[in-house]
Design a protein around this ligand. Structure first.
Ligand SMILES: *[C@@H]1O[C@H](CO)[C@@H](O)[C@H](O)[C@H]1NC(C)=O
Ligand SMILES: *[C@@H]1O[C@H](CO)[C@@H](O)[C@H](O)[C@H]1NC(C)=O
Length: 492
């Protein structure tokens, strides 16, 4: 009976929402607790462990991550939040098996790249032909670097670095190579990368091997030896549905929205606890904190993006399908991708939009006051702010670094709960919460309007549309090749 009356009381209150206290930045900041941030990361890590080691687009770990967020946003927090799931399709690719066998029959360490084509069931066994090393411009990146190389019927040995791997593979294909053995340009374990869905059908298969092995083979070829190696890649391509989650406060004006985003997917190579379980967890706790409060004039909208690791696909889908009038209503976008790197830097994004500084300065001041060495950094092109910048929406966000030295487990299986600096994560989540509250409480008239001067035909939406057109063609190509493969032709 006790619990029943509690449920009834909660249900009647739910009509009005449960929040009775007035929001302040100090209150939401104090609500962000290390134990809760940690609990989310443990749960996301567990989800990956139970689903083949990752939470990647197109695989069951992503769906389980989605359910984890929805259990809160859609189920428990229904009184305070409106939540919707935005579906979209993208080309899925997975390397099921990959191997490189050296000239003495030895097995060589090899890592898979995303959108790697298959070699067919027999694999490719061929003699190796070297290409010149050029660490300045990048090896085998330009047509002139292939002058005089006839790779017909061979596997080309190419050093990684500088240009896109797909550029090297296109040139290898143009010069007759059956495949590429790509050796890493650093002593460390090679990390995975995407060859890009738009390149499906344009590339030869590739195996990425350690620097020491590639250099040794290069030296033997230079000494006149003939080396025969084998590359085997078994890859699948198909179109899969995936989802963004958008949850917004019922409180606040729909015409004046402060938005916070983090991506929910990991790479296939690992559980993605820092990348981007950290941002995902921060947003979950900020959402949890905000539900207790009312009295803010602007709506707060949270987004968990899908398929970020495949090329910012979810956030670009969202921004490219926003009507201009709806884009106008988003007054600020904060991006939280990798906010708990184990050896953190404290970068605060700031761009050339006058409005960016409103959020950026607030984040910077907050972190500095808490004793963290925050600094302003420029936006790049590798996280979900891109679509918002292209729409001219004022943006900022935090980033603690990817790759060595800040995060040596970037895109690797070791991006687990051990790969997080919890002090940095807590500080960043608190700064994000306080600043979200600060902007939610601001007079809507003082929030930055969208800067539409950036919307010329050569940037902005035209670019994004062109990107989706490329992906659509690649998806058609993938479907076509799948049909061919089923007909008995195994060369995808
Ligand atoms: C995704 O593809 C499926 C199958 O072709 C289709 O039924 C569905 O409508 C697509 N979804 C979206 C959001 O385009
Ligand atoms: C609008 O964007 C352009 C191009 O990025 C920039 O040069 C300009 O300063 C911006 N204007 C404002 C008011 O932010």
């Amino acid at each position: 009976m006790k619990s029943l009356s509690f449920i009834l009381a909660a249900a009647s209150l739910a009509v009005q929402g449960l929040a009775t206290e007035t929001l302040t930045p100090e209150k939401v900041e104090a609500d962000i607790q290390l134990e809760e941030l940690k609990r989310n990361l443990h749960n996301l890590n567990r989800i990956a462990d139970a689903n083949g080691g990752n939470r990647a687009f197109g695989l069951p770990g992503y769906k389980a991550s989605l359910d984890y967020v929805l259990e809160r946003a859609q189920t428990r927090f229904a009184p305070e939040y409106d939540t919707w799931v935005q579906p979209f399709n993208h080309t899925f690719a997975q390397v099921r098996e990959i191997s490189v066998t050296g000239p003495e029959g030895e097995t060589v360490d090899v890592i898979p790249l995303i959108y790697n084509p298959s070699t067919g069931e027999e694999g490719i066994t061929a003699s190796l032909i070297d290409t010149p090393v050029d660490d300045e411009r990048g090896s085998a990146c330009f047509e002139d670097q292939w002058a005089g190389i006839d790779a017909s019927g061979k596997l080309a040995l190419v050093k990684r670095g500088s240009c896109a791997i797909s550029d090297k593979l296109k040139l290898a294909k143009a010069h007759g190579a059956l495949g590429v053995i790509l050796y890493h340009n650093l002593e460390s374990t090679p990390n995975s990368a995407t060859l890009g869905a738009e390149n499906i059908g344009l590339l030869v298969p590739v195996g990425t091997i350690p620097l020491a092995v590639g250099s040794a083979w290069s030296a033997r070829l230079a000494a006149g030896e003939t080396l025969t190696v084998k590359l085997y890649v078994d890859a699948v391509f198909d179109t899969r549905e995936t989802w963004n989650i958008i949850a917004e406060t019922k409180e606040g004006s729909p015409d004046s929205v402060i938005m916070l985003g983090a991506h929910l997917d990991s790479v296939q190579a690992g559980p993605g606890v820092n990348d981007d379980g950290s941002g995902t967890s921060a947003l979950l706790e900020i959402m949890t904190a905000f539900r207790q409060y009312s009295g803010f004039p602007n709506k707060v909208r949270f987004a968990w993006w899908g398929a970020e690791e495949s090329g910012l696909v979810g956030s670009l889908y969202y921004t490219s399908t926003l009507a201009p009038a709806d884009a106008d209503k988003i007054k600020f976008y904060f991006n939280y991708d990798m906010v708990g790197s184990p050896y953190p830097q404290f970068a605060v994004y700031a761009g050339d939009n006058a409005g960016d500084m409103l959020g950026a300065q607030a984040l910077h001041d907050h972190l500095t006051a808490a004793g963290f060495p925050a600094y302003f950094g420029a936006f790049g092109s590798s996280s979900d702010y891109v679509g918002f910048l292209e729409l001219g929406i004022a943006s900022s966000g935090l980033f603690t670094g990817a790759g060595a030295p800040t995060d040596p487990c970037y895109h690797l299986a070791c991006d687990t709960t051990d790969n997080v600096d919890y002090e940095a994560l807590t500080a960043n989540a608190r700064a994000a919460a306080a600043v979200a509250a600060q902007l939610a409480l601001a007079d809507p008239a003082t929030l930055p309007a969208r800067n539409t001067t950036t919307l010329n035909p050569r940037s902005g939406r035209a670019n994004i549309r062109a990107q989706f057109e490329k992906w659509r063609r690649a998806a058609e190509h993938a479907t076509l090749e799948k049909t061919c493969a089923h007909a008995g032709d195994h060369t995808i």
